[in-house]
Design a protein around this ligand. Structure first.
Ligand SMILES: Cc1cc2nc3c(=O)[nH]c(=O)nc-3n(C[C@H](O)[C@H](O)[C@H](O)COP(=O)(O)OP(=O)(O)OC[C@H]3O[C@@H](n4cnc5c(N)ncnc54)[C@H](O)[C@@H]3O)c2cc1C
Length: 656
């Protein structure tokens, strides 16, 4: 616990639940549905609409060994190779073995994947996969279909949801255990609708952090809030330096900022070629899979060619698909290109790498537990060890599904155990005002409120059967260390610094400069060295997000400076080689109460690192995920490192 909190008004209202899920992408909604099915009072809090987030933008599909002749072992081998020596084999094994059934359950929930005339799921190939194993929907609209199915299911099953609500910080009880979250419900022009959801289990499913960079495929909500919140709560984060830059993002000009259209790997999977301005296929000869090499290799290939030719983009040529195939197989990408004035049917389209996926995040065990008791993380915000130094294409939707289910099962088991039941009156560390407030999330009970009516603007939605309003219990309140807020005007500066200093190409110099510039932005925004606090921004969505963006940026740069090698998607120009002897290990970062960073290097590449126990259950019982006797997944006899696939992957890595 750091005691550090974002500067925000004290909560003016509160509700109770068994579990609060933060975020409504594939990870959050899957966790919420499974928690609800287990009879847990579940509340989903999400920053924008239910379907906002990266999930709905996913194009290529979801990877799982569903095809004839494919096996989890082959999927595992490809995943381990992409992860460049830093995957946790146990986590990967969980992913690939539980993945196919998780996809089938998703289909049972209502998701409709593309099938052939016989009703068999059609599978495509993407970079790093040696087989066709990517299930897709609506051609290239897989994420939209998954999101639709999950949102429909959440509505049908009357899961309680609070939309347009930004979660600020974790609440903890006097023992440092999770006790809920504070959140700000956004009304029209309101900036003071702060409340609390009290719950002994919190699932962070806040997605990625692409908005830390100026060019990204991620939507506006991906500001790294979950990682920043977890750091403030004292949780450990890991592998943050491994940001995947998608090689083929539609190039909209050197000054373009924010979310930019992705041209899915599946386009290359179907035979599109990467060419330079002279029409030369420069990936051929660089890797056995050419354009379908793992993403980091392709991104580096593009960047190298761009540097050689002094160009700011390359081209993707898929004219040979013809109009019919473009229209049926990639309608979303075709439309995005045409919107921006390019026609892939008649011309090669300009592409360049942009920030796409955070392979690292909040460190968890195989049950999604973080180092803070009761706090879970899943989906892109989490670091389960599945991705290692680089995510294999289309493994992220699958990770969200598989680990969300595991988390829900763990919460259900933990809360059912009598010794871990949390009494209704469990007092969170942050006090709620003594006057019992109406439940602002429920239009039926929400009366006039000093912090503004919940019904104003796009306020929260309420489904029947959710938790009842809570009568607030006053508790002793240790003075929190309030984090001053950054002016939102600082955000584009942070993003530019990150793209130039900590982007696809990094070096000791570029990272040192980035760190210095981020410190300067921090200093400027806080009104001089040390930050007097007098010039800090007012609490509000933009300043909270900007503060989170800077926090994540600083941690990312610190980790990237620390890792003095090139591995996976971390490419250090000054350290061009992979150095297994020194660096086949993880970087774990924690925020100290004085706001300084504790950057620790683990002794081995094991994940979670074995030199320290991970979180314990609310009752302080031993974490079964660390105890092979209680966890068959950690039975040495089933140790995937002994598996032929893992051994083959290790051999290939050594040869590489
Ligand atoms: C363009 C694009 C294409 C992709 N294609 C693929 C693909 O083909 N296959 C694949 O496997 N992966 C793909 N990915 C990656 C994949 O989509 C994501 O990793 C995955 O969807 C993440 O799911 P999630 O549930 O963790 O987060 P998200 O879907 O991003 O959801 C995060 C949720 O958290 C909410 N949130 C964030 N902060 C807060 C806060 N402070 N308070 C409350 N709520 C908050 C957001 O509003 C959102 O609801 C793609 C990503 C992008 C951007």
């Amino acid at each position: 616990m750091t005691g550090i909190r974002l500067h925000a008004p004290a909560p003016g209202w509160a509700i109770d639940a068994d579990v609060v899920v933060v975020g409504s992408g594939v990870a959050g909604l899957t966790a919420a549905l499974r928690c609800t099915a287990a009879g847990l009072r579940t509340v989903v809090v999400t920053k924008a609409r239910l379907d906002d987030g990266s999930t709905r933008w996913a194009q290529g599909g979801i990877a799982a060994a569903l095809g004839e002749g494919d096996t989890p072992e082959q999927h595992m081998e490809d995943t381990l190779v992409a992860g460049a020596g830093l995957c946790d084999e146990e986590a990967v094994r969980v992913l690939v073995t539980e993945g196919p059934d998780a996809v089938r359950r998703l289909i049972a929930t209502g998701a409709r994947f593309d099938t052939d005339a016989a009703g068999t799921i059609e599978l495509t190939r993407e970079g790093g996969h040696h087989r066709r194993r990517i299930a897709h929907a609506g051609g290239d609209a897989t994420g939209a279909e998954i999101s639709r199915a999950l949102v429909d299911a959440v509505r049908e099953r009357a899961v309680r949801t609070i939309e347009n609500a930004l979660v600020l910080d974790l609440l903890t009880d006097a023992h440092g255990r999770t006790a809920g979250v504070t959140l700000h419900v956004m009304g029209e022009g309101q900036h003071d609708g702060v409340g609390a959801v009290h719950a002994p289990a919190v699932v962070l499913a806040t997605g990625g952090m692409g908005q830390v960079f100026s060019a990204t495929t991620n939507p506006a909500v991906s500001t790294g809030d979950g990682v920043a919140l977890a750091l403030r709560a004292g949780a450990e984060v890991s592998d943050l330096e491994f940001v995947q830059f998608h090689p083929t993002v539609l190039f909209l000009g050197p000054e373009a900022e924010g979310q930019q259209p992705l041209v899915s790997e599946a386009v290359r999977g179907e035979g599109a070629h990467l060419v330079d301005a002279d029409g030369v296929r420069f990936m051929v000869g660089q890797h056995e899979l050419a354009e379908l090499a793992p993403r980091d290799i392709v991104a580096k290939g593009i960047m190298r060619r761009m540097r050689e030719q002094g160009a700011d983009h390359m081209y993707l040529d898929a004219r040979h698909f013809g109009a019919e195939m473009w229209e049926s197989r990639f309608p979303t990408i075709l439309a995005a290109c045409r919107t921006h004035g390019f026609d892939p049917v008649t011309e090669p389209i300009p592409v360049a790498p942009a920030a796409h996926y955070a392979s690292g995040g909040v460190r968890t065990d195989l049950r999604g537990r973080t180092t803070v008791p009761g706090l879970y993380a899943c989906g892109e915000v989490a670091c389960t060890g599945v991705h290692g130094a680089n995510r294999l294409a289309s493994n992220s939707l699958l990770e969200g599904l598989v680990f969300a289910e595991r988390i829900a099962d763990d919460i259900a088991t933990t809360l059912a155990a009598p010794e871990t039941a949390v009494p209704e009156t469990a007092a969170p560390e942050t006090a709620v005002p003594e006057t019992a407030a109406p439940d602002m999330t429920d239009p039926a009970t929400a009366g006039p409120h000093p912090h503004g009516p919940a019904s104003a603007g796009p306020g929260p939605t309420t489904a029947p059967g959710g938790p009842e309003p809570r009568t607030a219990t006053p508790v002793p309140h240790p003075a929190p260390r309030v984090l001053p807020l950054l002016d939102p005007a600082a955000r584009p500066r942070v993003q530019r610094v990150m793209t130039h200093g900590a982007g696809v190409l990094r070096s000791a110099d570029s990272l040192a400069k980035a760190a210095e510039q981020l410190d300067a932005i921090h200093g400027d925004a806080l009104g001089g060295a040390g930050g007097s606090g007098h010039k800090t921004a007012e609490p509000g969505v933009e300043s909270w997000e900007t503060t989170n963006v800077l926090c994540v940026a600083r941690v990312l740069v610190a980790a990237a400076r620390h890792r003095e090698e090139t591995r996976g998607c971390h490419w250090r120009e000054d350290r061009p080689d992979r150095d297994d002897a020194a660096w086949r290990r993880h970087l774990v970062v924690r925020l100290r109460p004085d706001r300084s960073l504790d950057v620790r290097t683990t002794a081995t590449h094991d994940f979670p690192p074995t030199d320290r126990p991970l979180s314990h259950s609310a009752a302080g019982t031993r974490d079964p995920a660390r105890d092979p006797a209680r966890d068959p997944a950690r039975d040495p006899a089933r140790d995937p490192a002994h598996h032929p696939a893992a051994q083959a992957a290790a051999r290939r890595e050594q040869q590489a």
